[in-house]
Ligand binder design. Sequence first.
Ligand SMILES: [Zn+2]
Ligand SMILES: [Zn+2]
Length: 287
Amino acid sequence: MTQSEQMKLVLLYAMNEIGGGGKRHTVLQYINDNRYWYKNDTNDILGTTRPSELKWRNNFSYERQHLVTAGYMKAGGDGNWIITEKGKEYLNKLIERARNMPSGEDHLFTLEFYQKLFSTTDSIIPNEEDEEAHYIAQIAAEDMDSASVLDTFSNEPERKRASRISGNRIVYPRDPSVAMRALGRANHLCEVDSSHISFLRRNGHVLYMEPHHLIPVSFTDYFGVNLDREQNIFSLCSNCHNQIHYGRKEDIRNLIAKLFFSRAQEICSILGREISIEDMYRIYGVL
Ligand SMILES: [Zn+2]
Ligand SMILES: [Zn+2]
């Protein structure tokens, strides 16, 4: 990545972290205080174009102009630096590239920033478990009776939704009503084996099952489509669900194969491309 791309990454990242942006001074101060860039107030010199200002600050203003021209930041001379939706998509791409930077390339962003780009979980499916736990709790609180039942689902690929940044991660939304329809479609039975037992939900009408996105939502950027779709969500008993996340490799492979082949056509259809069982194993790190 060039110096210019790394600056864009740091700038967009910082704006996203502070809720989309703020005054120019606020954004630059945030970058300075978090030591995101190798130059900062304590080690840089005054510039020549704007003699009253430190060089690194002026350089970020220069990058800001490019980001505005490209539509990644809002235009306007009101002193506000704001990231656009298009800018967030671009930020996703830059983060992906930064994570995969060849070791020979120079990092001009600091180690502090570099560490932020990586999550430190030992999860087999990166970033998936934390998001899922919150979402399952949300669904438990919903009234399952009110879930609308759809007989048919469009299998066309959908555009991915707007993302947000949570902590150091890019997160795509999960809609509880989509999960409820997916569970309803499976008649609230485990799709690994419908004889798997569970308890009754609070409403007393249906069995408690957990929704699992077969292609993890965290792979949204990889596929470039919305993965929070009924076709991609399987109804699993707690036991099977835990096993698919925390089980032995060979057991995970068996579970994935069973689920994938039961719905391969629909899954490929919403992806808009073919995907093989080997690809699925790769996603889960069990090839
Ligand atoms: Zn899951
Ligand atoms: Zn089960």
